[in-house]
Design a protein around this ligand. Structure first.
Ligand SMILES: Cc1ncc(C[n+]2csc(CCOP(=O)(O)OP(=O)(O)O)c2C)c(N)n1
Length: 572
């Protein structure tokens, strides 16, 4: 069969452990579509909007921790994957993107659905391949097998990420009616065997000695997955070595008893001399991006003497606090376990930890007081959700106020197995809902999204598919605009703020819920919130939407009162 090497792509992917493919409709991609649909061991799902498809694939890959294949036809379809590809690149999520293309000589010849597709994702993929378009010579098959093996390997090698394979295809694209596609028995699989990096004993001793000599040691967790083992080893280090640990809500360090959760809230209110006291002399960072702008500003202004960034994989120097001095290539969990064995108590470091803890405690009390007094508005509602979300739920936070609110409120204590996700690779509002749909499709547990109205309506095609995600709960904070722009300093003081920044809009989620047969409830107060949430989390036939309606003005006023309250309490 002429297209045999193309059909075999599905076989190679299956043999290399790929279990999910998202296929978008089109004709040029027909050989890939048919091959993947007919390949046993791979679950294919069809999604018509490529932008949403990209994010759904990203959600599945993030949930399953496996590479997901994403297939589209030629032309602008490929461009519509781009937002998800960029997010996957910066969040290090493995995707294999297969874009069907016209044969090279037809590019730019006014043939339909034809654009320049080679390297279309630029620097946002780990690599881009272009497959041969003629298969007569046996070297073509050898080259296709090799490229696909390499591409799949690359999605999981070093820092995981998206890899692009452009597939030019000549007609005929379909097998004659009734003819079955057969898969070659002799496809070649090239495996990658890896080893776990362990630091030499001498290097470990040097790091231990450097830690021992430091009087103020601060660990900062950026975005990361929930890991019981990481929390345990960090806990040992924090306890035995007197080390302070700070983590935004998306660091998933919330099970760590000593974690400082509210740096974003209190750092904004501190006088310079208090901040100076918090300046670390050794900063150890793990994970990816940090949400808290105040934490970033604090660390940039109060640089440590030494800054280790710890990651199993090294690569480009990513230095958001402009202070990295050492890239430690080691799994953080193993490093912290090893350091904690050698660590000794130290009174200077203990005092330093106590300074952070005192601010944390004061802030936590102030936040509690605030919510006791102000049980109204969307911020308070998010606080309820953060405390009442059922155990073992994944909590997804859209950009931008949703993730910030969650960061102010913190997750309720004693929440078991609640993991937080957010598209903070690029912080786009364009695929937050589709990403969660991907998670919900590929797991049986409950998934809750908290989203603003613009992000929600932007990604409405997340629901435009034939799959019933009854384990999905969506909370829409509908303040009829991008409330964030009314809160941040620059736009809020401009006369154009409402029309061009907040971009007021009048939709509610009711029609969308009807259109997609989703269960829907609207509230505008926090009265009976416990009962509302209990009902929301009851099993249902379909995904459920709970819309909390307010105005951007109310939201802003509540937020200002929140900030004032914290400021006042921290001054006491
Ligand atoms: C694709 C994309 N376009 C624009 C932006 C800029 N942006 C950041 S937040 C935001 C408003 C979000 O509004 P909404 O979803 O209602 O959330 P709220 O601010 O009210 O919490 C916009 C437009 C972005 N992050 N991503």
């Amino acid at each position: 069969m002429r297209l045999q090497p193309i059909f075999d792509i599905a076989g190679i992917c299956s043999r290399k452990g790929i279990k999910d493919a998202i296929v978008c409709p089109g004709s040029r991609c027909a050989p890939l579509t048919l091959a993947f649909v007919r390949q046993s061991g791979i679950q294919t799902r069809t999604i018509s909007d490529e932008r949403s498809a990209g994010f759904i694939a990203l959600g599945i890959a993030q949930q399953t921790k496996r590479t997901v294949v994403l297939i589209c036809t030629s032309g602008t379809a490929a461009y519509n994957f781009a937002p998800a590809v960029a997010e996957a690149y910066y969040q290090r999520i493995p995707l294999l993107i297969l874009t069907a293309d016209r044969p090279t000589e037809w590019i730019g010849q006014w043939d339909g659905q034809t654009i320049s597709q080679q390297n279309i994702y630029g620097d946002h993929v780990k690599r881009s391949y272009n497959l041969p378009q003629e298969y007569e010579h046996p070297d073509s098959k050898w080259s296709i097998y090799r490229s696909i093996n390499e591409a799949v390997n690359l999605t999981q090698e070093g820092h995981h990420g998206p890899v692009h394979v452009n597939v030019p295809l000549r007609e005929p694209l379909y097998p004659p009616a009734g003819e079955t596609i057969s898969f070659s028995d002799d496809i070649r699989i090239t495996e990658r065997v890896t080893t776990k990096i362990t630091l030499p004993a001498k290097t470990l001793q040097q790091l231990s000695a450097a830690l021992e000599q430091s009087k103020k040691v601060l660990v900062v967790g950026g975005q990361g997955s929930l890991s019981v083992n990481l929390v345990a080893s960090l806990n040992s280090l924090a306890t035995s070595g007197d080390v302070a640990v700070v983590g935004d809500v998306i660091s998933n360090l919330h099970p760590l008893p000593s974690a400082i959760r509210y740096p974003d809230v209190f750092l904004a209110q501190l006088e310079e001399k208090v901040k100076k006291d918090l300046q670390p002399d050794l900063l150890i960072t793990i994970g990816q991006s940090v949400i808290s702008k105040n934490l970033k500003l604090f660390l940039r202004a109060n640089k440590p003497i030494a800054h280790w960034h710890v990651d199993e994989e090294t690569g480009p120097i990513i230095d958001p606090f402009q202070s990295v001095t050492t890239l430690v290539q080691q799994n953080p969990e193993d490093l912290f376990a090893a350091l904690s064995k050698a660590a000794k108590e130290n009174s200077d470091r203990k005092q330093y930890v106590q300074k952070w803890q005192a601010l944390e405690q004061k802030t936590a009390n102030a936040i509690k007081d605030f919510f006791r007094e102000e049980d109204a508005g969307e911020l308070s509602f998010v606080n309820h959700v953060m405390h009442e979300v059922p155990d073992h739920t994944s909590l997804h936070l859209a950009n931008s106020m949703a993730v910030r609110y969650a960061n102010f409120c913190g997750l309720g204590e004693n929440k078991k197995g609640v993991q937080l996700f957010s598209n903070r690779g690029t912080s786009g509002i364009d695929g937050c809902t589709s990403t969660v749909v991907g998670h919900a499709l590929s797991s049986d547990s409950m998934h809750t999204l908290i989203t603003g109205d613009l992000a929600f309506f932007y990604d409405r095609n997340a629901f435009w598919n034939n799959y019933n995600v009854r384990n999905l709960r969506v909370i829409v904070l509908n303040n009829h605009g991008g409330a964030i722009f009314g809160m941040i300093d620059g736009p809020a003081s401009q006369p154009e703020v409402d029309e061009y920044f907040v971009t007021r809009q009048t939709l509610t989620a009711r029609n969308l819920a009807d259109e997609f047969s989703l269960s829907y409830r609207r509230i505008n107060t926090n009265e009976n919130v416990a009962a509302v949430l209990e009902d929301f989390y009851k099993p249902g036939e379909h995904a459920k939407i709970l819309e909390f309606e307010s105005t951007s003005k109310e939201v802003k006023e509540l937020f200002l009162r929140f900030k004032d309250k914290i400021k006042g309490k921290l001054k006491e």
